[in-house]
Design a binder for this molecule. Structure first.
Ligand SMILES: O=C(O)CCC(=O)C(=O)O
Length: 327
């Protein structure tokens, strides 16, 4: 069973899985997983107790947890997070670095990508990295205070991390159910929790207005200073989320990941044109569970959608670009 495990936990098994996951045929893997998810029809209500237990076991097998940062280390990292918040409020960062929603702000470093309602063609497999240089570099302190301890503990191989995201949640903030895009991010997905305890829920459906969540398959405590890694079934075959009721006080997470070198990327704007064409268009068509990302302002989404519209689609689709909340 997953839970916070003792200090000296070995991560060797994760690295083995990691090697398996770097095989070139990720598209095939994605399609197989999609088929499996469709077979189980996404409804946990109709599963037998046995099915639920089997699934729960598979989720637990893909989770490792360990309290890696002590109180002093947490305080130091939390001060640095506060500095990031201040720099963002002063307008220091590139626009793609900061993504604001009402009770949650995301800061992307190293790499950023289109997701949720920023996408014209919505759904898993459609996510694209922003052109190189459109988000700020990973701050040095993240390497020193977070990545280096993770490497020393054997949680990630040296040089693995090329992307860091900080989510800063206010009470009631959330991240809707999603799977971190398989065509963009290697496994494991590593997250480090700060400021206060929260919980990560698996296999939970969101509905909106008012926001509601179904009963999760698993709700995993995330204490302050705890590192959680997701791989295998827990990362690839079941969605995870942070429910609003599980953020009772300000909480932040630093998610460190490896972006594949060949992950599909948007081309930079040329001559100020608003159309962004996609690089690696042969990598489209992956599919899977949906990320149901609620967004801060519909207005902002509309602008983004226009920006990501491809010329071929512009001709086909002149209809409304607003989508209902919550997919
Ligand atoms: O807040 C967390 O611990 C998880 C966040 C997450 O899954 C994400 O931002 O993709």
């Amino acid at each position: 069973m997953a839970g916070v495990e003792p200090e000296k936990r070995s991560y060797v098994d994760l690295r083995e899985k990691l090697n398996k996951n770097s095989s070139p045929n990720r598209k095939q893997l994605w399609e197989d997983r999609k088929r499996k998810r469709e077979q189980s029809s996404g409804s946990y209500r109709h599963h037998s107790t046995h099915d639920r237990e089997v699934e729960l076991q598979k989720v637990h097998q893909g989770i490792r947890q360990r309290v890696l940062f002590d109180k002093e280390e947490c305080e130091k990292i939390e001060e640095k997070i506060d500095e990031i918040v201040q720099l963002a409020n002063e307008g220091t960062y590139k626009s793609r670095t900061v993504d604001r929603a009402p009770l949650r702000v995301k800061y992307f470093f190293g790499e950023g990508y289109t997701y949720g309602k920023q996408l014209t063609e919505r759904g898993p497999g459609q996510e694209r990295l922003f052109p190189r240089g459109e988000v700020d570099e990973i701050p040095e302190w993240i390497f020193e205070l977070v990545v280096s301890p993770l490497e020393k503990a054997g949680i990630v191989p040296k040089g693995f991390v090329n992307s860091a995201v900080i989510n800063d949640y206010q009470p009631g903030g959330c991240i809707v159910s999603h799977i971190d895009p398989l065509h963009i991010f290697d496994r494991p997905i590593v997250s480090c929790s700060f400021f206060s305890e929260s919980s990560l829920s698996f296999g939970c459906k969101f509905s909106f207005k008012p926001i509601r969540t179904s009963t999760p398959v698993l709700t995993l405590p995330l204490p302050r200073g705890c590192v959680t890694t997701l791989s295998g079934y827990a990362a690839d075959d079941i969605t995870h989320c942070i429910r609003p009721q599980d953020v009772k006080a300000r909480r932040a997470v630093i998610i460190v990941r490896r972006v594949y070198p060949d992950a599909p990327r948007l081309k930079p704007l040329i001559n100020g044109t608003k159309d962004i064409q996609e690089a690696n268009s042969d990598k489209e068509s992956d599919d899977g569970d949906e990320e149901e990302e609620p967004s801060s302002a519909k207005k902002k989404r509309v602008v983004l959608k226009r920006n990501f519209r491809r010329p071929s689609q512009e001709a086909k689709d002149n209809s409304s670009i607003a989508h209902p909340e919550g997919e």
